[in-house]
Write a new protein. Structure first.
Lengths: 496, 496
């Protein structure tokens, strides 16, 4: 179980925005990049969960340009996913296109490749059980099946699609697990239907986690989504030519925006389902945390600094500050650096309406956090006042901000940890803890961490305009890298 | 109505701590110092509400040493209350002692003095109506009565004492108002009793606002609280001698800790009540805000930046950050810089249990705010990290911090508004906006605002210990001033 499974590749779908997990998630910082439970972010958990059976170099991530920086930063450390394994979609076109691209790339690389498709932002606390299901699924996939992971319903949930299994004669059984043929995929049901499914048994939540051979899914696409399949073939033909980048753009421009469930699985006769013995949540909204997080004896999930008197069955989440609650019942309280949410659990799905409201009001809290991540590290706005702004800036070892200047603001830097290499006009010098310098308005400057530990500075900006857009970049280490099918394929072949 | 009433003095009782209004109030920053509703703090509202009929120099405040700085700062500006009018009790001994001291001081100053006794932290939105009641009360008080202000109950409240009036034959009637004799004072009743009072009519909430002649209350004290009355006479005899300060201490050491209600009013036959036509709240806990604050059409009181979907009859309070609420009913949500409270309205009185819990845990959030007020201005901790702390320091025009040094920390200052006069070792120099300086560890230094507008600096502290107690003061403008009965009396006599 803990050895790599030959020809198995992890394909992590990381395109989601996750407005329903606001205020923890933001439009520019979606759920997969967050530590919702535990010390790793959800995408790190997703990648490392299957690490015993899928090595780093066989881990692919498909995402959009907006999140690629954040994902690269997070998968650079313990996860060690090669940068070239991150496939960047020019535009988002739902899961069928993303999976099609990954399958096409995989088949070229390894004609016997098997894909373990996983959304980047699910929580599965029982890793060993999950890996056993994957192992069985790979065997079933080798027989040409499209294997889905079905979750046994614990409540009449109306937010998920359901899979109805053919109960008799499993396709394969092994160690208490069995793979069943799929009788039917069912769209999100209404409440009476969901209750009927729960009573009847044999219906499973569609987890969105799949295992199949790359060639199998491409074959099925050819019959169920012929236009998309033809697009993939055209793109594949351009591989290795000067047109490959253009071919990728063209495919995405014309690709149908449809999910793999609607586009392929519902129309296929090869679908199988393995009822999963593990706890699972798509953390689709705050109330779903109950499916995977441990609660206290009063049924409360408590994360952070919570002082409570007699609350029950509530989700209490404090990011930094103290949260005091009294006598709550079935409530959600989420307290973050710049926004707080309070709602009953059964209204948790309406958080997306709040986010929509904030978007229309152009409130920054729908878009970004107080802490903004950058390729070189991160910054946190500590305070904004009239004509000044205070930030904590953290630079990773070896990290370097762009050589830049500002038209309308001066900056004052005080080093509070590590060593800063400062370029200010013609001078280059090092600043240590408890040393400070000033950057006059209009002077080209650069901040760099030449050391092996994190560099922290406090930056005080003064000026009549302090927007992030007053920045003229003269040179930058982190120009957005063009990642394409071709590069990914070559990257694999050539090693990194 | 809007001319000063001869011989009328305002006596503002400002000893309260207000744990039930946490997290807005803190042990070291009680409710009277807060802007709960409107642009003035409650003590400012209290003093300015009666300003049309009580000039500043006839306004007295009785408080403890812990809050005197905060009160002086707040009553210095628009309220213009002379510093010497603030009576500082050596220890808190409930309202009978505080009122006794004020009455003794007043009688000496003005033998015909009439006291309008008001808690510093009540909200009364209808100023004109309030002043009409005071005018009537003064007339009744001149006839030797102890006049209480009774609030018509709107619900069977069990948190207040009640006053039962003698319904027939008012003592005095005037412009729709009438003063009635008191049949009985009733302790906080249980719920069935409170409901009975509400149905029966003729019962009023005891607002804790009183009007009487100083000589009347002292006469009544002589019979109802003879020991306390004797203590007052002893203290009065020491007035103007070298022993006056000691006499004050001695009085407070031995004074019985009892409220004026229990100690005098319940035992007196001179009590009268005027049913008050104004809205009133002691803001004793968050749910009482409903008695005085305007609500939206869904019954919500919304203060701050609130985004709501469909909540009803809730109190939503955001100090700075965004608060999003969905589908709440009868809830209280209070969001402050360092702590958030969520509870049902009917549990609002249990907030004091949360504060007690925090006190036992030695959590700073029960004691202080992120912003701490000082005689020279205030500071706000923006961030604390390992070996550094960031503060915004605001100094009032003319304000000057002590000449001080620190054993374990250096400081970096950046001016973001106003002009700073900096003493650093032997040097004295001015810093303007966008200029900075560093204060090395161990160097005597001082920060001063020589200008006529607020001075704001950002201070970054670096060191291995950053506690507020690492401060050696070499000179200070704000040594705690000894305020005593004698000084107050003299202050009045001599003018200020």
């Amino acid at each position: 179980m803990t050895k790599p499974i030959p020809h198995l590749y992890a394909v992590v779908l990381a395109g989601g925005s996750g407005t329903r997990f606001w205020p923890l998630s933001r439009e520019l910082y979606p759920k997969q990049l967050l530590k919702v439970l535990g010390n790793q972010t959800l995408i790190q958990q997703t990648v490392l969960r299957v690490r015993p059976i899928v090595p780093a170099e066989r881990t692919l991530v498909v995402t959009g340009a907006g999140h690629v920086d954040g994902i690269r930063i997070q998968l650079d450390g313990a996860a060690e996913v090669p940068k070239e394994n991150i496939l960047v979609e020019p535009v988002a076109r739902n899961t069928a296109a993303a999976i099609g691209w990954a399958a096409e790339a995989l088949r070229r690389l390894d004609p016997d490749g098997v894909m373990l498709v996983m959304p980047a932002d699910h929580v599965i606390p029982d890793e060993a059980k999950f890996l056993r299901v994957v192992a069985l699924a790979v065997e079933v996939a080798q027989a040409g099946k499209l294997v889905t992971f079905g979750i046994r319903p614990t409540r009449p949930e109306t937010g998920y699609g359901y899979i109805k299994a053919v109960g008799r004669r499993p396709l394969l059984a092994q160690g208490g697990l069995k793979a069943l043929a799929v009788a039917q995929f069912v769209e999100k049901p209404d409440l009476p239907t969901a209750k009927r499914y729960l009573r009847a048994g044999g219906y499973y939540w569609n987890s969105g986690i799949f295992v199949w051979r790359a060639d199998t899914i491409l074959e099925e696409m050819a019959t169920t989504l012929p236009k998309l399949a033809r697009g993939l073939i055209r793109m594949d033909k351009a591989f290795g030519t000067a047109d490959e980048s253009q071919a990728l753009d063209q495919f995405y421009q014309t690709a149908e925006s449809i999910s793999i469930d609607h586009g392929v699985l519902q129309r296929s006769r090869r679908a199988a389902v393995i009822p999963a013995p593990f706890r699972w949540s798509d953390v689709g909204n705050w109330s779903t945390l109950n499916d995977v997080a441990d609660s206290d004896r009063d049924g409360n999930i408590r994360i952070g600094r919570i002082v409570d008197l007699g609350s029950r069955d509530s989700i209490l989440y404090g990011e930094q500050r103290l949260v005091a609650t009294i006598g709550l019942k079935d409530m959600v309280v989420v307290d973050t650096a710049d926004a707080t949410l309070v709602c009953p659990k059964d209204r948790a799905q309406d958080v997306k309406q709040v986010v929509e409201l904030l978007r229309r009001q152009k409130a920054p809290e729908h878009l970004i956090h107080k802490t903004v991540h950058r390729p070189w590290g991160s910054y946190t706005v500590l305070e904004e006042g009239p004509r000044y702004k205070v930030k904590r800036v953290t630079v990773k070892p070896g990290g370097r901000l762009s050589l830049q200047y500002h038209h309308r603001r001066s900056e004052h830097w005080v080093v509070t940890a590590g060593t800063a290499r400062v370029t200010c006009g013609e001078r280059v010098f090092d600043l240590h803890v408890n040393e400070s310098t000033g950057i006059p308005k209009g002077t080209p400057h650069r901040l760099e961490n030449p050391g092996s530990v994190l560099l922290d500075i406090i930056e005080v900006q003064c000026g009549d305009y302090l927007g992030e857009d007053d920045i003229v970049r003269l040179a930058d280490d982190y120009g957005r890298t063009q990642t394409s099918l071709a590069r990914w394929g070559r990257g694999q072949g050539e090693g990194r």
